[in-house]
Structures are given as C-alpha cells and as structure tokens.
Write a protein that binds this ligand. Structure first.
Ligand code: ADP
Ligand code: TRP
Length: 330
C-alpha cells in the first residue's frame, strides 16, 4: 500500500438498502483496508443520492443510521478516516448547481442509470436520477482526491466526474484535480444469486451481510445453479455458489472445494451449506460489534458530526475557490 503515500482517497455508498456482498467486497471492505495505508481517507454516506429511490422518510432515517453502524461494525476507525454524511455538507448541493451549468445534457444521457431507466420505458425517471452523476462529481471533486475506490459499475460515474472537472477547469482555470477510479481486480464485480446479473438491490439477487440466519439461509439456498445431478462431476468455474464462496475463501479452501466439485458425489446443496457457514463465520465478529453499536446511537451520531466538521473545512475551501473563479465573489 506504499503507493498510497500522501494520496487522498474518497468514496461513498448510498443508504438505499441493506448492504450486500457486492457492496462489501466491491467497495466497503477496501474502504476499511485503505485506512491502514498512508493515504488520507474520506468515506461518506451518500444520503442525498438515496433520495432518488427512497421516498419514505422513516425508512431513509433508518437506512442512514444502519449504514453508519455497519461501517463502524466492519472496522471503520473515525480517527483514521473522515466519516460523514453527504447532507451535512451543504456545499455539495450548492456546487451541484454550478457544475450543472457546465455539464452537457448529452453527457448525462449516456450515464447508465438514466439510460437503463429509459430503456425499461420508465416514465418516472426524475431530474434527480438524470442529474445523479453531477452530484456524484461534486462529492468527489470538492475534496480533490487522487483515487476513488468503487465497484466496476461506478467506473463510468468517476469518468464523468473527470470530464466535468476538465470542462470546468478549461472554462474558469484550474480548480479541480482529475481523480482516478480504483477498482478491485478480484472483487470489482460480484455476481448475484441469479447467476446472471451483478449482485444489486435493484435486481433482488442479493445476499445481505447482516440478515438474520433464517433470511440468510433462504438467500443462500436460493442461488441459481444448473441441473447437474448430485453424483456427477461439476465445473466450479461456472458455478455461482463457488464464485461467491471464493470471495471469502483462501487459496487452499478454494482448491479443496474445487476438487470436491470435480470428483462428483457432491451436490450444490452441500456447497451452499459451506457458503452459508462461511458467511456466518466471517461476519460473526462484525455482527457482535453491530449489536453493541445499536445500543449507543448517540456515539454513532457524534462520529458523523465530528466527521462532518473535518469534511466541511475542505469542502468550504474548495467552494470559496470556485466562487472566486466563477465571479460570485464580490
Ligand atoms: P446496488 O447496485 O445494490 O444499488 P450501490 O450502487 O449502492 O449498490 O453500490 C455501492 C457500492 O458497492 C459501489 O461502490 C458499487 O460499485 C459497489 N457494488 C455494488 N454492487 C456490486 C457488485 N455486484 N460487485 C462489486 N461491487 C458492487
Ligand atoms: N453512486 C455511488 C453508488 O451508487 C455512491 C456515491 C455517491 C459515490 N457519491 C460518490 C461513490 C462519490 C464514490 C464517490 O454506490
């Protein structure tokens, strides 16, 4: 991690549902690992982004708090990482208007979330969904990070942020740094339980990190497999249970399981049981921490408040610079 020396790293996750294995391996896990490098890390809860999908205030409050608890439970250390809530920093909303004014509509028409909504014939796509990448560009650019660790599906959004930064800098002069996405080679794409799409809340093909045992068992047992009979050999490389197990397992565990698949006499049901146990085991300490944190919500709120104070210092300095450049400072 030495290459991260004196780099600034920033990322966010939307509180739009319960975190799943795709979120964990694709994003959250590396957010935690990075805090032990020499980099300066900013992680935030993208609650303004969640408004594009969550319209129930009670639900939103619950999801925001849960995500904060989940991050702290998996090991985020507020002394090492600036951890905050997007909506606490008003500069995100203010700067979004400014960057809207330099962002071509044609750029946003290419963004996949909006394109997918249109392709599905959705008449409900909001201006919020359309402008989502601009808010995300602000989230990033306002902190001038070098790297943005995200899952592969977010790469396009980081590229849009670079394009918008370039556009602004050309018009008004250098303010923004052009960030690079940092995508995990192995975990950048986690397959869903349907075996077809990436694991995503919107496909309903998830395994949640902290479901109760009954729900977790149901999610694991629901993984779609082919119909090779129990006694016949199976190909681990093409099986979703094996792929998901591989996320957790070390090389020797993977090898042992692959041999069982190839030997035959080992069913997908058996593999699912192993995966289920592995998930429970891996997340056990985090589950316990989570239960403790749930009893001390005030602590969690204080962490977010203190994180916001640190984040605001950086965000307001960038806002000041922008205001000067664009002519709003008299
Ligand atoms: P979802 O698709 O379930 O709505 P989000 O868009 O909220 O997930 O993603 C939060 C973070 O988790 C992002 O950095 C995203 O790239 C990452 N992520 C989400 N799904 C996956 C996946 N299946 N594989 C790898 N990373 C993922
Ligand atoms: N769009 C990201 C997601 O769906 C969340 C996000 C919002 C984000 N702003 C960001 C990620 C800035 C990285 C940097 O997961």
């Amino acid at each position: 991690m030495n290459q991260l020396k004196s780099k600034r790293i920033l990322s966010g996750v939307q509180p739009s549902g319960l975190p799943h294995l795709g979120n964990y391996f694709g994003a959250m896990k590396s957010h935690i690992e990075i805090q032990n490098s020499d980099a300066e890390t900013f992680i935030f809860i993208a609650d303004l982004h969640a408004l594009t999908t969550i319209k129930n205030p009670e639900k939103l409050r619950e999801l925001i708090l849960n995500l904060a608890i989940d991050y702290l439970a998996i090991g985020l250390e507020p002394d090492k990482t600036v951890f905050f809530r997007q909506s606490d920093i008003h500069e995100h909303s203010e700067l979004t208007w400014i960057l809207n004014c330099v962002t071509p509509v044609s750029m946003l028409e290419q963004a996949h979330a909006y394109k997918d909504a249109v392709a599905k014939g959705s008449k409900d796509a909001t201006a919020g969904l359309f402008g989502y990448p601009v808010l995300m560009a602000v989230d990033i650019l306002i902190y001038k990070p070098d790297l943005v660790p995200v899952g592969r599906d977010q790469k396009q959004h980081v590229e849009i942020a670079r394009d918008i930064a370039g556009k602004f800098n050309r018009i008004y002069g250098e303010v923004f740094k052009l960030p690079e996405p940092l995508i995990h080679k192995e975990f950048g794409y986690v397959i869903g339980t349907d075996g077809k799409n990436k694991m995503s809340k919107s496909y309903g093909n998830v395994i949640n990190m902290f479901s109760d045992e009954k729900t977790l068992r149901k999610q694991v047992m629901g993984i779609v497999t082919d119909s090779t009979p129990l006694e016949e050999p199976k190909d681990p490389e093409n099986d979703t249970v094996f792929k998901l197990y591989s996320l957790f397992a070390d090389e020797s565990e993977k090898k042992t399981l692959a041999e069982k698949y190839r030997a035959g006499g080992f069913g997908y049901g058996d593999a699912k049981k192993l995966l289920f146990e592995k998930i429970l085991d891996t997340f056990k300490p985090y589950r316990e921490k989570r239960e403790q944190l749930k009893k001390d919500v005030q602590y969690v709120l204080n962490v977010l408040k203190q994180g916001a104070e640190k984040a605001r210092t950086v965000a307001s300095a960038t806002k000041q610079e922008v205001w000067e450049k664009i002519g709003l400072m008299l």
